[in-house]
Design a protein around this ligand. Structure first.
Ligand SMILES: [Zn+2]
Length: 436
């Protein structure tokens, strides 16, 4: 097989990356390892003659971008990206060391095994193989390894697009997480979910004010009471269902694949029929607003003059404005609303030559493969890259065992990737990039 070298090498590279602790705690003082991991990637690229530069957004917060020139340089480039950081892991909860990169029972174990050092390793293995054999891809491929995806991206992809935009010149499309993995329907049919959309994020802080006073008096302008009423209204509210183009396509295609009657006009009913996939998309048919923090007061018998709360809001593509108007109404006129952190929703259509090539690459390695677009309720580096006008897809291919609860492994205990799946992924990625 033409990609044997990459498939052989990918496991060792993934193991090496898993052994580098790149824990992102969200606090720059305790976040580690991104520089070490980026240097490892740079060394592996340097070994085959690809020179790269590291870009540090802050000490140790390293990003790496490399361009592999294609045969037709007039064509738009394809960005292939992965983040190097991982979320924390509590070793006492794990059955192996979270940074051991241990291989057992057909899996490579470790924090980041599926999120997303698996794909980081695939990218590296494919490009190393190409360079060693003198292969030139049809168009420019831009590889990006980022810091800080797990804590808001301001030291990673967001910093790159704000400070080194030129590195992405000519990029028209991108692939990265979270998609390309299989969901087994039966022996002859596996759905591979390709991410084409992400919800937006809007963390709101509500500030209520009132008259400060003594806790023993009659008091009718209490900041805590004012805030609590608004928070309760938001928390109890259920936003109406909205079926975006991606979710409509998802429901129609999954219904067809599973041979069940799906009516996109009744999305809740439709989702209930989908069994194990239901939890993946439950939050993708409506906007959500969940209260997450409360702050008020400093003494048991003192009524404070201010109280504040944080609401974690997630909005569907195209819904940000109407959502905010509805929130304003719910919160009421007397409470100040501050936007603490905002990231836009993204959505692209599931069509074009690259999408066709994804399906073809999967089918070449798995005859029962069928691609389906989906909207993810979380966020990825795609949010930053899409601001450059790049069409972003979640496509980090993995063929998974039918009984593996893949979704629970994301940020979960005993995160692991099937070794066969990793080799499958590198073959699919190689085919896709050669035919894109
Ligand atoms: Zn990730």
């Amino acid at each position: 097989m033409e990609t044997i070298a990459a498939a052989d090498e990918v496991v060792g590279i993934c193991r090496d990356l898993l052994r580098i602790d790149t824990t992102n705690t969200g606090d720059p003082r305790t976040t580690v390892g991104e520089r070490v991991a980026a240097e490892y990637v740079a060394e592996k690229l340097g070994e085959v003659g690809i020179d790269v530069e590291l870009h540090e957004s802050a000490p140790t917060r390293a990003n790496l971008v490399a361009r592999i020139p294609g045969a037709d340089r007039s064509r738009g480039a394809l960005l292939v990206h992965g983040h190097l950081d991982v979320v924390p892991a509590d070793a006492s909860e794990w059955s192996v060391g979270p940074f051991s990169g241990e291989e057992k029972d057909g899996y490579l174990w470790g924090r980041g095994a599926i999120d997303m050092k698996d794909f980081d390793a695939m990218m590296l293995a494919v490009v190393r193989d190409w360079t060693r054999t003198g292969y030139v891809p049809p168009r420019d491929i831009v590889l990006a390894y980022t810091a800080d995806e797990e804590a808001g991206m301001q030291y990673g992809s967001q910093w790159l697009v704000e400070n080194h935009r030129d590195l992405f010149d000519g990029c028209t499309e991108a692939i990265g997480e979270v998609g390309g993995y299989s969901y087994t329907v039966n022996d002859d049919l596996r759905l591979y979910l390709v991410q084409t959309a992400e919800k937006g994020l809007d963390w709101l802080r509500l500030h209520a004010t009132g008259r400060p006073g003594h806790g023993s008096f009659i008091h009718d302008d209490n900041a805590v009471t004012n805030l609590a009423e608004a928070v309760a209204r938001v928390g109890h509210h259920r936003f109406p269902t909205v079926v975006t183009p991606t979710v409509r396509a998802f429901l129609e295609q999954v219904g067809d694949a599973l041979q069940i009657d799906i009516d996109p006009a009744e999305p809740e009913l439709a989702i209930a029929k989908l069994g194990p996939i239901a939890n993946l998309i439950g939050a993708t048919i409506r906007n959500t607003a969940n209260p997450t923090r409360l702050e008020a007061g400093y003494k048991d018998n003192v009524i404070p003059g201010r109280a504040s709360a944080t609401i974690d809001c997630r909005t569907l593509p195209g819904e940000a404005d109407s959502f905010l108007a509805a929130m304003r109404e719910l919160i009421g006129p007397d409470i100040e609303v501050e936007h603490v952190h905002q990231q836009p929703a993204v959505e692209t259509s599931f069509d074009g030559a690259l999408v066709d090539a994804m399906g073809a690459a999967l089918r070449a390695e798995d005859r029962g493969a069928r691609t389906v677009p989906y909207l993810m309720s979380g966020g990825t580096d795609a949010k930053a890259f899409s601001t450059l006008g790049i069409r972003c897809f979640g496509f980090a291919p993995l063929r998974l065992p039918a009984d593996l609860n893949f979704a629970s492994l994301f940020h979960g205990i005993d995160e692991r990737v099937p070794v066969d799946g990793l080799k499958f992924g590198v073959r699919v990625l190689d085919r896709l990039l050669r035919n894109s």
